[in-house]
Ligand binder design. Structure first.
Ligand SMILES: Cc1cc2nc3c(=O)[nH]c(=O)nc-3n(C[C@H](O)[C@H](O)[C@H](O)COP(=O)(O)OP(=O)(O)OC[C@H]3O[C@@H](n4cnc5c(N)ncnc54)[C@H](O)[C@@H]3O)c2cc1C
Length: 419
């Protein structure tokens, strides 16, 4: 069904939003829209800790919003095509969009392909092992209920998968493996904070120091969450001002801590995790070194510092997070765009290079007014752009760029007709 994407297609009522309902309006001109939609259905969303509603419910809101928008604009002719786009070819000022079932002509293309799958590990293993390794964390995993499972990663995706397994009555151990063994932090009611004073530090270390000076060494969750929330609108400008080597340094050393503090858990999910850790959830710190087949499963060798340990598991599920690099993507479209020099990766190695209007830069750095990108694809440019509040804002900026370009095309067509 159109509108839901990976995030909001889940039918599991325990897969919750990780942003309070009050900040999940898809319309930046009506910030209360989602809460009003919930209230109209008798779903209380005012009580702060309980306002992390299910993603399935949010998906229904998005689908209904799409439906009512289409009904209210009968002149808009919208065609949904269910097919995978494989490539784009330039045709005069526009594009031929080649997809599984044919091709369409377009004056302008906006890429909104969302998050990629994690970098795959199954292809590096034997056929026997491949049957027990899932590289798509969002697929339904057919696993024996009493076998132990290894989840690669301990972020929001791994927690979603652990919830799905638990809801299907999984009785075996669920190991969550990550280099630092850190879990996302649960939301608490934040203490309101002012952002850091401007100008912001120009290095990652400088930023960390400034935050530590503000908060002290062991700040209460409410304080650091308040400061993170206050800084959220400023991350794009900070990220844009960092030189490439600083961005790469952050991605090498800082991103794990960023993720657990920025991408937080609904309090109910935090509580689930706390109970799970006392039961069949286990955090394992280290790196997966290799997998070898064993009777009824496989042996995972895990390295941590100089220490090596082994885990016997039935299945491995890859929850290492979306592949950030468009040059190594699963998505044929993005791969082809990069290979044909119509797009390039960012200097930080994350996402596609775009300009301030989200126009995709070609290999030589020239912005293409008829090729736009949004959402996770533009993370390398904006950094803070994967959640609804930022994407809704980006969509509005992009609609301006689209109208501007179509206006130019129409004016050019009028001139051509006159001659
Ligand atoms: C599990 C999960 C939970 C999340 N929870 C929250 C949350 O609580 N709050 C929040 O604000 N944000 C959340 N997010 C962030 C979320 O990604 C965004 O909010 C939003 O869903 C992104 O929308 P999108 O349209 O950019 O991408 P998606 O919703 O991923 O949609 C991309 C679409 O493009 C299609 N596609 C990709 N490649 C091709 C191709 N080559 N040809 C044809 N079609 C293609 C895909 O099939 C898909 O339909 C979550 C993300 C995930 C993955």
């Amino acid at each position: 069904m159109a509108g839901r994407g990976i995030a909001y297609s889940t039918a599991n009522p325990n897969h919750l939003l990780n942003v309070p309902a009050a900040r999940m309006s898809a319309d930046i001109n009506r910030p209360d829209q989602f809460v009003a939609w919930l209230a109209a259905r008798g779903i209380a969303a005012r009580d702060w800790p309980h306002s992390f509603v299910s993603r399935a419910l949010y998906g229904t809101y998005l689908s209904e919003l799409l439906e009512t928008t289409l009904k209210a604009n009968p002149d808009l002719e919208i065609r949904f095509i269910r097919s995978e786009v494989k490539s784009l070819m330039k045709k005069h000022l526009g594009w031929i969009v080649a997809h599984g079932g044919g091709a369409v002509n377009a004056d302008l293309v906006a890429l909104a392909t969302g998050n990629d799958l994690p970098p795959p590990i199954a292809p590096h293993h034997s056929k026997k092992l491949r049957a027990r390794i899932a590289d798509d964390p969002w697929a339904t995993h057919e696993v024996e209920k009493d076998q132990d499972i290894l989840l690669l990663g301990s972020g929001l995706t791994a927690i979603d998968v652990a919830i799905s397994l638990r809801d299907r009555g999984h009785a075996g151990k669920i190991h969550l493996l990550s280099r630092h063994g850190l879990l996302p932090q649960p939301h608490v009611a934040p203490t309101p904070s002012a952002p850091l004073p401007q100008p912001f530090p120009a290095t990652v270390l400088g930023l960390l120091r400034a935050m530590r000076d503000r908060l002290g060494r062991a700040p209460a969750s409410a304080h650091w969450q308040g400061l993170m929330d206050a800084m959220r609108p400023h991350w794009p400008e900070i990220w844009l001002s960092l030189p490439p080597h600083e961005k790469r340094r952050f991605l090498r050393h800082g991103v794990t801590h960023w993720n657990i503090h920025r991408h937080r858990l609904a309090p109910v999910v935090g509580e689930y995790l706390r109970r799970g850790l006392a039961d069949n959830l286990h955090i394992v710190r280290g790196r997966l070194r290799h997998l070898k087949p064993a009777e009824d499963g496989m042996v995972a060798t895990i390295a941590r510092g100089g220490h090596v340990s082994e885990l016997m598991v039935g299945h491995v599920i890859n929850c290492t997070g979306p592949n950030p690099n468009p040059e190594k993507t699963h998505d044929h479209l993005i791969e082809n765009l990069v290979a044909s020099r119509l797009a390039r990766g960012t200097d930080a190695g994350v996402g596609l290079d775009v300009d301030a209007k989200n126009r995709v830069l070609d290999k030589s750095g020239i912005a293409q007014p008829s090729l736009l990108a949004m959402g996770a694809l533009t993370r390398g440019h904006w950094w803070e752009i994967t959640a609804i509040p930022e994407i809704a804002h980006q969509a509005q900026v992009m609609s301006g760029a689209i109208m501007e370009y179509l206006g130019i095309l129409n004016a050019a067509a009028r001139v051509n007709r006159r001659h």
